[in-house]
Design a protein. Structure first.
Length: 396
């Protein structure tokens, strides 16, 4: 480690709350799928800012749009209209097949929004303050605000910050009998990720998801799909639910939506699109002109069918080549599109990630001792080869 790198790490330690277990790398700039630290070392980026930099780094169209917007208007508040806001909303509604959108700043904020819509829908229609429970799945992750922490179906997050927001229940993923039994007259919504990313990149069973949709329709329970990590092309369709043949009532999105600029959104279908009225919900920065300029570039590029087909093909190739690695360490390889988990065990994952960093590969961990890959969606064939070669050397 150079003196410059060590100095910056020391300064961070002195001035920042110790909430992150940062890797000992000081990043300086990026180009495409490659990041460079302040000492000039190059790294193939297979985490894209935890699924955020979907167009990679220094995308010329994104940079130009941000520079142009910054020179004109950054923020106007939601008391006024802006062209980037209207255009981005129109594109997102069209790509999703939903009816209406609300722009926020983050995934947790988007999930807070869908929770509010679900409860207000139920209260408006049934007038029953007891019909407020939202069911989520064990091993889910929905955010770090007080409400979304409680929505998260992992006990390790339910510590130290009491009292939590009440009104959530948990069921086992892919257990139809359990969720059927839990859908009593206190439930207003079911909230689920179609691929549980933080707990180990675990796709839900298609038949299970379809059956849950049918139960929700039968009982007028809203179906919420959390697409914070799976959305914006990550799984090979614009939203993952488009591969499950379902029609959600509410959808949350963030991460890749701004291509690196903080942006979140939630969308509502026919049943829930007019639930919120003036004064029911709001945000100062959501839908600001700079973020919407970024979102417009992302939506234009990622929303292209050819782009999405390429993501699916690259994901299939990368996953198949990882599965072909002969290794006793690899217990499972799973995922969807360019969202891939390699299960190696809790005792091995940290060491394996460190060895990958030494080889110039940046990857993530996830629950269950899983190496998680969330590369930029522009990953090329040569970079897939580079990634597979490094994984073979570390895991074989």
């Amino acid at each position: 480690m150079t003196e410059l790198t060590q100095n910056l790490i020391n300064r961070e330690s002195e001035n920042f709350m110790h909430t992150y277990g940062r890797f000992p790398i000081v990043l300086d700039h990026g180009e495409g799928c490659v990041l460079y630290d302040i000492d000039g070392k190059a790294y193939l980026d297979l985490n894209s800012g935890i699924g955020v930099n979907c167009l990679g780094h220094n995308d010329p169209d994104l940079v130009a749009a941000l520079a142009d917007q910054a020179a004109n208007l950054l923020q106007a508040s939601n008391l006024y209209y802006t062209k980037p806001l209207v255009e981005a909303g129109e594109k997102l509604v069209k790509l999703s097949g939903m009816k209406k959108v609300f722009f926020a700043n983050s995934g947790a904020e988007a999930n807070e929004g869908v929770i509010k819509v679900a409860r207000k829908y139920s209260m408006d229609k049934y007038g029953n303050p007891e019909r407020t429970k939202i069911l989520t799945l064990n091993n889910s992750f929905h955010g770090r605000t007080i409400a979304t922490l409680e929505a998260t179906g992992q006990e390790k997050f339910h510590k130290a910050f009491f009292p939590y927001t009440s009104g959530f229940g948990y069921v086992e993923a892919n257990d139809l009998e359990a969720i059927d039994k839990a859908m009593d007259d206190t439930v207003c919504a079911v909230m689920m990720e179609l691929v549980q990313g933080e707990s180990g990149v675990r796709p839900l069973d298609h038949d299970y998801v379809k059956a849950v949709e049918a139960l929700c329709k039968e009982r007028d329970i809203l179906l919420i799909i959390d697409e914070i990590q799976t959305g914006v092309g990550r799984t090979g369709t614009f939203f993952a639910y488009q591969q499950y043949d379902i029609e959600p009532d509410l959808v949350s999105a963030a991460k890749g939506l701004g291509g690196g600029v903080p942006t979140g959104a939630f969308l509502a279908g026919e049943k829930a699109c007019d639930v919120l009225k003036p004064g029911d919900h709001g945000t100062t920065f959501g839908g600001n002109a700079l973020a919407m300029a970024a979102a417009n570039v992302v939506l234009d590029k990622v929303g292209n069918p050819e782009f999405l087909e390429a993501v699916k093909a690259k994901g299939d190739r990368l996953m198949n080549e990882i599965r072909a690695i002969e290794s006793d360490k690899i217990k499972d390889v799973r995922g969807l599109g360019l969202m891939i988990g390699i299960e190696v065990g809790a005792d091995a994952v940290s060491d394996d990630l460190a060895k990958l960093r030494e080889k110039g590969i940046l990857a993530l961990s996830a629950g269950g001792g899983t190496i998680r890959l969330l590369p930029p969606l522009i990953l090329c064939d040569e970079q897939i080869d580079q990634a597979v070669k490094a994984l073979k050397e570390v895991l074989a």
